[in-house]
Design a binder for this molecule. Structure first.
Ligand code: RIB
Ligand code: CA
Length: 306
């Protein structure tokens, strides 16, 4: 059982990843923190609680974090995820109040209470994580690991940008924060577009029909989320569920150890994650391959169970 604290920007795929985690015995979600990204932070904070409450997990604390990237104005992705950030699903507004602390304080508290035991999962921009590391420099070494969805490393034909032709959305949103995190000393597993954009790892309309055969609250919510993506974008990209799946079955993805440069600033190469052949950058594990069919089989088996 891996203890997890999770910084996210729900967002349809963050929500699908959270549902997967809540239906998986391999992980225990101790807390959720939210960051602006796919949607403004008030909305991502509401969406995290909407999903948790739907799955009777409203007791998991949710703490709100940064409303903007550290060095750039927010550019949300509501045009992709729908006006409510969750595919216009029918979930009611949350009843649970926010945890009475900022995201970086909850992240730090949960890790410091269990040194070496907690894995940080990050599926949004890294603004909150970088700030937590700056406030508590001892934090990276006290993590059991850091699994993040972010970057595009040119390791496969899919390893190109999705916010610009060169940069992935989470890293592009706050490259300064990503630079801090990528050089923090944490044991980082980066799951990038190289594997998450593999068509074999995306849900399609046939998968949607399978999900629709189940009439549980979990399957009903998953069906709404997937249906929005399939109808609007032709398929449902599983960026964040793939990052979480690393903790469920380590054999699903291959990783290589590389030095990675994150390009800061606001030029054409903002947010580029470039693998370096040498240099002083920290070594991080970068996802280089995925068993898409086996990942989707695992996802569906968890979503469809009673
Ligand atoms: O580039 C994809 C990533 O950006 C995913 O985490 C998605 O939810 C958005 O945050
Ligand atoms: Ca996300």
């Amino acid at each position: 059982m891996r203890k997890v604290v999770w910084d996210m920007d729900p967002g349809v795929d963050d929500a699908l990843a959270l549902i997967l985690a809540l239906k998986s015995p391999e992980v225990q979600v101790l807390g959720v923190t939210t960051v602006a990204g796919n949607a403004p932070v008030e909305m991502t904070s509401a969406n995290a609680r909407r999903v948790l409450e739907c799955l009777d997990a409203g007791s998991i604390p949710v703490a709100m974090g940064a409303a903007n990237p550290s060095n750039h104005p927010l550019e949300d992705a509501l045009s992709y995820h729908g006006p409510d950030g969750l595919g216009n699903c029918s979930l009611p507004s949350p009843l649970t109040p926010l945890y009475p602390a900022k995201a970086w304080d909850l992240l730090a508290r949960l890790v410091l209470d269990a040194p070496g035991e907690v894995t940080l999962v990050a599926t949004g921009s890294l603004t909150n994580v970088a700030y937590a590391f700056e406030l508590h420099p001892e934090l990276p070494e006290l993590l059991a690991g850091l699994v993040l969805m972010g970057g595009a490393y040119s390791l496969t034909p899919y390893g190109k940008g999705n916010q610009t032709p060169f940069a992935e959305f989470n890293i592009w949103q706050d490259p300064e924060a990503a630079h801090i995190v990528f050089n923090s000393g944490a044991d980082i597993f980066a799951v990038g577009l190289d594997v998450t954009m593999d068509p074999a790892a995306c849900l399609n309309s046939q998968h949607l029909e399978q999900i629709k055969t189940r009439h549980t609250p979990t399957a009903h919510l998953a069906a709404q989320l997937v249906e929005y993506e399939v109808k609007c974008h032709g398929c449902c990209r599983m960026h964040d569920p793939l990052a979480l799946a690393t903790l469920l079955d380590a054999s699903l993805l291959d990783f290589i150890l590389e030095r990675v440069e994150v390009v800061k600033g606001n030029g054409w190469d903002r947010g580029v994650t470039r693998i370096l052949s040498s240099g002083s950058s920290q070594l991080i594990h970068v996802a280089s391959a995925v068993d898409g069919p086996r990942f989707l089989k695992l996802f569906l088996s968890r979503i469809l169970e009673e």
